[in-house]
Design a protein around this ligand. Sequence first.
Ligand code: FPP
Length: 237
Amino acid sequence: MTVPQHVAIILDGNGRWAKAKGMPRSYGHIKGCANLESLCDDVKELGISYLTVYAFSTENWKRSRPEVDTLMKLFRDYLKRCIKISDRNEMRVKIIGDISAFDQDIQDAIVKLEEHSARYDKLYFQIALNYGSRDEISRAVRKIAEEVKSGSLLPEEIGPNTIEAHLDTAGVPDPDLLIRTGGEQRVSNFLLWQLAYTEFYYTDIYWPDFNRAELVKAIDHYNQRERRYGGVREDKK
Ligand code: FPP
């Protein structure tokens, strides 16, 4: 089994998972959060080097106030617990997205976690919070425009590498495999630039039930496909 170097996951289905059990949506989010913790251990054990998860999109602020409040509380608690998870897995954590929209204590917890985990390199874990790909690309273009305005960059020097270097994911290889749980088959404004050559895997399993066996199934599926770049098989590149 070839293990993909970088796996990205759209965590979907917490609400429906809870509803199916006659429980409130918040219960689904609590279980979804616990599942993310154990999945990090599995990802590390399987030898995957990069994991990126979509936890809160720029559109998720439109959810009901009580649900957004519940999610913020979960993020607060999780960011603190994640220090231990990073120690356990020698895992570096990076938040992608515009974190300036979060309360100051959440922003502080993010900085603390990123600084603490910067010493590790066994697994690179990106959590997308207040993330939207169109927002990320707009912010990147704004930074590039500032450089052109200041004279440090010429318009004719701008190419794909320039864009890549100004994204939140700068320096991180593009995902090899994208998994979406919860039955929908959409990209939902996630890593639009980075997914150009990524294999997609969709499953009906709701996120809280997506365990190690399901991850291995997704990797098996990935292995059955022949990866192509512009019509050229990967092994012929
Ligand atoms: C998707 O289910 C879940 C979310 C958008 C919420 C955020 C994710 C978690 C709480 C998992 C843990 C993440 C971190 C960083 C602690 P949904 O609510 O869209 O489910 P539905 O489609 O069934 O309504």
